[in-house]
Design a protein around this ligand. Structure first.
Ligand SMILES: *Cc1c(COP(=O)(O)O)cnc(C)c1O
Length: 361
């Protein structure tokens, strides 16, 4: 036996993997995917297109077709777009490019766990900023933190996962200016941007160090494909492209992303019905004794349970309803998060909650 096994980097020793348990139940409302399959016509068009591909050749490195279609869809020049295998790859590329050893990323907790997780993986230090009691970012506190901590990257998740909080345009503009003054990149993670009343996409310009990150995983019903992108100034995109692995996006992924855009009307209809269901769920939760629900601009709702939240989560699971358990997370103790599902799934969730709550003290 060899004397020593190779050890990971010292700074990775304490790293735990990403934990979001996937349990096989009827009603899966724990990972914020779309409850709807993509349109059948989309799958047909995609599979047809794949019959014509030269599979022995590498894919188009620059993803020209996808970026041009996406640029047209978003009203942005293709040179401002960079695409990856899910927005997580984009976040990793941003950190590999602008973070790394000796640099730090500022994030406002509680927020998307992968911002810190990917920062650790890239050797980037982490600075945790706080939020107001309503989970919005206090712009004055945030600007003070940027001035004091001099991070290389600042993360703002809006709508914020797991709270659903949407930051105002004023806050994002103020943070972008503060980041600019400090020589930092502001990353606005808009994985749920389509469900929100406004988007930071309209702020992207050559003069601001702002990257807005989006994904096909949620509204486009394509979590299984793994496709995400950033809209950023061309000079930032040029840097990110140097770091991204060549040929990172497979042909099926590029084709899926392009064809999906032809089904934008279906997507918008889904967003509208999920937003309507979100309103119905919010009203039902708000009217329930022992529940305190956060306003949300996303396709999920965070709610605090007055009784033992973990026990509620467990008993919901016994009713075949899986939600996300945040009961032991700092700053959101006692909270659960439910993804907005189909009307039937939401009914099942409310019925299970109605049965479980009186049982748990
Ligand atoms: C779901 C989610 C993502 C999506 O990641 P993908 O890699 O695109 O699937 C990114 N950011 C946040 C905040 C999310 O909740």
């Amino acid at each position: 036996m060899s004397a020593t096994r190779p050890q990971p980097r010292d700074d990775l020793r304490a790293l735990e993997g990403y934990h979001s348990p996937q349990v096989d139940v009827d009603v899966r409302l724990n990972t914020n995917e779309s409850p709807y399959a993509p349109p059948a016509a989309f799958v047909e068009r995609w599979v047809d297109a794949l019959r014509e591909v030269d599979w022995n050749r590498y894919p188009d490195r620059a993803a020209t077709g996808l970026r041009s279609a996406l640029g047209t869809f978003l009203g942005q020049p293709p040179a401002r777009l960079v695409c990856g295998n899910g927005s997580n790859e984009i976040l990793q590329t941003l950190l590999l490019t602008y973070g790394g050893a000796g640099r730090r990323a500022l994030m406002f907790e509680p927020t998307y766990a992968l911002h810190a997780q990917i920062a650790r993986g890239t050797g980037t230090g982490i600075v945790a900023g706080e939020r107001r009691p309503d989970y919005a970012i206090d712009p004055d506190d945030a600007i003070a933190a940027i001035d004091r901590e001099r991070p290389a990257v600042v993360f703002v998740c809006s709508p914020n996962n797991p709270t659903g909080t949407v930051e105002s345009r004023e806050t994002v503009e103020a943070l972008a200016r503060a980041a600019s003054d400090a020589g930092a990149v502001l990353v606005v993670d808009e994985a749920y941007g389509e469900f929100a009343p406004w988007s930071a996409l309209e702020l992207v310009s050559e003069d601001l160090p702002l990257a807005v990150v989006r994904t096909y995983s949620k509204v486009w019903s394509l979590a299984g494909v793994r496709l995400g992108f950033a809209v950023a100034p061309t000079w930032m995109v040029a840097q990110l492209e140097k770091v991204m692995l060549p040929y990172n996006l497979s042909v099926p992924t590029q084709v899926a992303g392009t064809i999906a855009l032809e089904f934008a009307a279906d997507m918008q209809q889904r967003v509208a019905s999920l937003v309507e269901e979100r309103g119905r769920l919010f009203a039902a939760l708000a009217a329930t004794d022992g529940i305190d629900v956060c306003p949300s601009g996303a396709n999920f709702l965070l709610f605090r349970v007055a009784s033992d939240a973990h026990e509620v989560w467990k008993r919901m699971l016994a009713h075949d309803v899986l939600v996300r358990d945040f009961s032991s997370w700092p700053r959101i103790e006692g909270c659960l998060r439910v993804t907005v599902g189909t009307p039937e799934e939401n009914d099942a969730f409310l019925a299970a909650l109605g049965e479980v709550l009186p049982e748990v003290v």
